[in-house]
Design a protein around this ligand. Structure first.
Ligand code: B12
Length: 220
């Protein structure tokens, strides 16, 4: 137990200190000794939060943020090997994911996308800084009923709200369930934007997707 807590702390610190080699080998060690991939994601996320705080205190510059994302992406390659992907069929529920207009952060969205995919969902990933009308178009084209927005910066609040309004204007608001997540999201933001739910982590996204689509899908 103690050993696991120590590994968690070491991984968190290695990411916070931008020590790429150390972070990757710790993540590898944790995964090969049977750690839950989502636990490794959570510890890595805490390390990234610390990078963010150091950036706010001017201890790191933009290059620090960029480096931290490279470290996380390296860990994600290992996590992808631990996730047990299964190909979704045409009848499996569809989820549209994207970062709202103005937001280019995609690491958390990619984690959500991986978890949903390996849980049997068809994921239509629209990428980052997605125009509100593009979400509506994609929902129309794919007949998806679950929409997920991942937002990390507060300046994206207006475009999230605009995305929800776009569904309303298109007469599709009743047909879709809109979930929000990412570091910039809270209950207040969810209410302001008029979305249906918000979550703190990728497991919440999976839970909502299951509840909203009314379909039980396979586990990781
Ligand atoms: C890495 C990083 C970057 C990278 C992103 C690379 C990439 N490809 O994503 C780069 C360098 C590009 C970047 C750019 C910027 N960044 Co930045 N960045 C970060 C950092 C350090 C880590 C984010 C991250 O990936 N975390 C790890 C992932 C796994 O966590 P996550 O995204 O939260 O996802 C988890 C959950 O939230 C959840 N989840 C995610 N999506 C969804 C969706 C649903 C539906 C659900 C239910 C759940 C869910 O599941 C995930 C797994 O558990 C954060 C710090 C922080 N505290 O977040 C700052 C941070 C987000 N950035 C910040 C800033 C200011 C910027 C810049 C403006 C800097 C600049 N001067 O240019 C630009 C903005 C560019 C833009 N227009 O978007 C600020 C935002 C502050 C604010 N209040 O708005 C932060 C908070 C740093 C800080 N503390 O100041 N950034």
């Amino acid at each position: 137990m103690r050993k696991h807590a120590r590994m968690d702390e070491r991984l968190l610190n290695a990411i916070a200190d931008l020590k790429e080699k150390e972070a990757l080998s710790l993540a590898e060690e944790m995964l090969s000794s049977g750690a839950d991939p989502l636990h490794v994601v959570e510890i890595s996320r805490l390390g990234m939060d610390e990078v963010g705080r150091r950036y706010e205190r001017n201890e790191y510059y933009l290059s620090g943020l960029i480096m931290s994302s490279e470290i996380f992406n390296g860990i994600m390659v290992m996590l992808d090997r631990s996730f047990n992907y299964k190909l979704a069929g045409n009848d499996d529920p569809k989820v549209i994911l994207g970062a709202p207009l103005g937001d280019v952060h995609d690491i958390g969205k990619n984690v959500v996308s991986s978890l949903l995919r390996c849980s049997g969902f068809n994921v239509v990933d629209l990428g980052v800084s997605v125009n509100p009308s593009r979400f509506v178009e994609a929902a129309r084209e794919s007949a998806a009923t679950v929409i997920g927005l991942s937002a990390l910066i507060t300046t994206a609040y207006e475009s999230i709200r605009e995305t929800v309004l776009c569904f309303e204007r298109a007469g599709m608001r009743e047909k879709v369930n809109i979930m929000l997540g990412g570091g910039a999201i809270s209950a207040k933001v969810c209410e302001y934007a008029g979305a249906d739910a918000w979550g703190r982590d990728a497991s919440d996204a999976l839970k909502f997707a299951r509840d909203f689509s009314g379909k039980e899908t396979g586990n990781v």
